[in-house]
Design a protein around this ligand. Structure first.
Ligand SMILES: [Zn+2]
Ligand SMILES: [Zn+2]
Length: 418
């Protein structure tokens, strides 16, 4: 077998074609052009992955059954479960925010777990995959970025620190299950790669360099990475629509970046919550919340909130504007660094949800009538919108545009790639 007979893989971040030999355990292939991981073969088996997913599901159920935190003040106690925050926001008239918190803390993780089990269980038992397994796994991979249990845990730590000088706080019975769930999920993801699962769900139809189609005509599925000659119709493996580049990527990313930038102003100027403690208190903006933490000499948490809520959204917006402008100007410079910047923006986006989880927990815990109450304020809606819209903006951006013929503007490229 000559090198050119190996099946082709297209780099998801720069579009370069690579002919890779069959994988062996521990194998990890990186793109020679942009440095992205092309393919990874991890040591775990499907049986292992199935066992870890079942364990994660049990821990997730337990994490939802009991309180994660209990707040005691003046002989009165209030407990919060994983979903109390969502309920408290709903009661307070913030239905949209409540739905968002419910989605990222319950719907997305639950669907990810059940979808993974649906795909992996029959394979682990040595059977053929269930019907629509490819569709299920596609949904699992798409939902993963919206499942935010670990970000919630950070929000819980911030809430704990904020309340610890006001009242007595007790970790609840479900907190250990929540931590366990997060660890087992990380372990599961580290033991089996998406590449391995896809190979078992529906092996790639091999497209090799020896095939008739010239490289220019190849398209890789955005979801399962199946390589196809041509760029029409649906992916033969997972059914996703095929596009050589994400359609309307530049236009859509710009629209989302501009919306997020506009919303960033009220997100920072308007109060995000009001804490009333023994009849006294005032609305807090994100920045005044950080100031209060600094005054209380809670430096690590103050830095964390400042970084997650103020620095990360600005960096994401500035970074995306830079990527969009450089792509539109067809810049040939620093393509590798820009691809790295894109991956960074993609990775950190979700962590800005920390403040939203903190507010939802405080609103659930601090409901002691005349003694102390916490309520969400309008700024929290603007802020949550900034987080969600910037996540959608980075999802819409196609990093391969950074590498497409630099002399062509993005307009020309989008037109030619549809
Ligand atoms: Zn690459
Ligand atoms: Zn596909």
């Amino acid at each position: 077998m000559t090198v050119s007979d190996h099946p082709l893989i297209l780099c998801p971040d720069c579009g370069a074609a690579h002919a890779l030999p069959p994988p062996s355990p521990g194998h990890r292939a990186e793109c020679t052009r942009c440095g992205s991981v092309l393919r990874q073969f991890r040591s775990g088996s499907l049986e292992h992955a199935a066992a870890l997913t079942i364990a994660a599901l049990i821990l997730f159920v337990v994490a939802n059954l009991f309180p994660v935190l209990t707040f005691e003040l003046e002989g009165r106690a209030q407990s919060a479960t994983l979903l109390s925050g969502s309920a408290a926001l709903w009661m307070g008239g913030y239905e949209g925010l409540a739905a968002l918190v419910f989605f990222v803390l319950f719907v997305a993780p639950a669907a990810e777990l059940l979808g993974t089990l649906y795909v992996v269980l029959p394979l682990a038992a040595g059977r053929r995959p269930f019907r629509h397994a490819a569709w299920a796994y596609r949904m699992v991979t798409r939902l993963r970025r919206w499942a935010m249990a670990e970000v919630f845990l950070l929000g819980l730590i911030v809430a704990y620190v904020k309340l610890s000088d006001l009242a007595t706080l007790e970790p609840g019975a479900s907190l250990a299950a929540l931590v366990g769930f997060i660890l087992v999920q990380v372990w599961g993801e580290a033991s089996l790669s998406a590449f391995q699962v896809w190979e078992r769900v529906a092996p790639q139809t091999r497209v090799s360099q020896a095939a008739q189609s010239p490289r220019e005509e190849l398209t890789a599925c955005h979801d399962c990475r199946q390589v196809v000659a041509g760029s029409e119709g649906d992916c033969p493996r997972c059914g996703a629509g095929l596009h050589r580049r994400k359609p309307g990527s530049v236009r859509r990313s710009w629209a989302l970046v501009v919306s997020a930038a506009v919303l960033y102003v009220p997100a920072n100027l308007l109060p995000i919550m009001t804490v009333i403690y023994f009849g006294a208190g005032q609305p807090d903006t994100i920045l005044s919340g950080v100031e209060a933490l600094i005054k209380a000499e809670m430096w690590p948490v103050a830095l964390l909130v400042f970084f997650a809520s103020i620095t990360v959204p600005v960096l994401k917006l500035v970074g995306l504007v830079y990527l969009l402008v450089s792509v539109q100007r067809g810049s040939p410079h620093r393509q590798r660094d820009r691809t790295r910047l894109y991956r960074l923006i993609e990775g950190v986006g979700r962590w800005s949800m920390v403040d939203i989880f903190m507010i939802s927990l405080l609103a659930a815990l601090v409901q002691l009538g005349a003694i102390a109450t916490v309520e969400a304020e309008l700024g929290s809606i603007a802020f949550a919108s900034v987080v969600v819209i910037t996540m959608l903006a980075s999802e819409s951006f196609d990093p391969r545009l950074i590498w497409d013929a630099p002399h062509l503007g993005a307009k020309g490229r989008e037109a030619s790639h549809g």
